[in-house]
Ligand binder design. Structure first.
Ligand code: ADP
Ligand code: MG
Length: 244
């Protein structure tokens, strides 16, 4: 059971953002997607979650598989989205809802959990991300690092097979970044299935099982993390010399 994108192509008004991209994010592993700005990392992640619709190719998560171009029913989209949850750079919490209400909204409205069940689960998830005392706070009363940890708890509350992270710490200063990467590393150590777009190479070195390196909408490297950091591809060496 994996998340697989096969021969995915995505263009925006004739501009090719993804050009025949094929990759697998194995279950229970941490796949880190690296690459320069504009290389197609976000587009790739968004295709996996159907926030973008590929022009062609195939998306497979668990038993669900879709060949593009496709006309998708709302039900199909819901099914695919239920298999993965996205954590964004900008947290995207609902500012008018308390922390606990942010977390329980999806489980109650979409997954049909009872309010009590969802609140019990949310409390244990808040404990897991180190925010047990913040259930009744509002997002704007929290630091960026705390907000992002709430966003992770919210994503986990949906019980997805995969967690997708799009530069989850890019908006944070280093100390707050660390509290978020600590939570992500703990999830990775528990063998959660993670796909992480990041520029944080320290996190990638410590946590990634597998690295995918994108450039101009193409995959330049796909393999074990160790092999990536030892690669003698001059483009990868150059990238590492800038970000490492
Ligand atoms: P990355 O996340 O690696 O920085 P993106 O996936 O965001 O890259 O973008 C890849 C390319 O596709 C960029 O050139 C970007 O400008 C373009 N792009 C992404 N989304 C859109 C969009 N909605 N409309 C037009 N161009 C887009
Ligand atoms: Mg991006």
């Amino acid at each position: 059971m994996t998340l697989t994108l096969s021969h995915i192509k995505k263009t925006f008004n004739g501009f090719t953002a993804l050009d025949d991209v094929t990759l697998t994010a194995p279950q229970n592993q941490t796949t880190v997607i690296l690459g320069p700005s504009g290389s197609g990392k976000s587009t790739l992640l968004r295709c996996a979650n159907l926030l973008e619709k590929p022009d062609s190719g195939t998306l497979t998560i668990d038993e669900e598989s879709i060949g593009f171009p496709a006309r998708l029913s709302a039900g199909q989209i819901r099914k695919i989205r239920a298999l993965s949850s996205m954590v964004f750079q900008s947290f995207n919490l609902f500012p008018n809802l308390s922390v606990i209400d942010n977390i329980t909204l999806g489980p109650v409205r979409v997954n049909g959990q009872s309010k009590q069940e969802a609140q019990d689960a949310a409390k244990s998830l808040l404990d897991k991300v180190g925010l047990a005392d913040k259930a009744d706070a509002y997002p704007l009363q929290l630091s960026g690092g705390q907000q992002q940890r709430v966003a992770i708890a919210r994503a986990l509350a949906m019980n997805p097979r995969y967690l997708l992270f799009d530069e989850p710490t890019s908006a944070l200063d280093p100390e707050l970044e660390h509290e978020v990467t600590k939570v992500m590393a703990a999830l990775s150590a528990e063998d959660a299935s993670l796909v992480v777009v990041t520029h944080n190479l320290r996190f990638a070195r410590k946590t990634a099982d597998k690295i995918v390196f994108l450039e101009h909408g193409n995959i330049r490297f796909d393999g074990p993390a160790d092999a990536f950091f030892d690669s003698d591809d001059p483009r990868i060496r150059q990238f590492l010399s800038i970000y490492d």
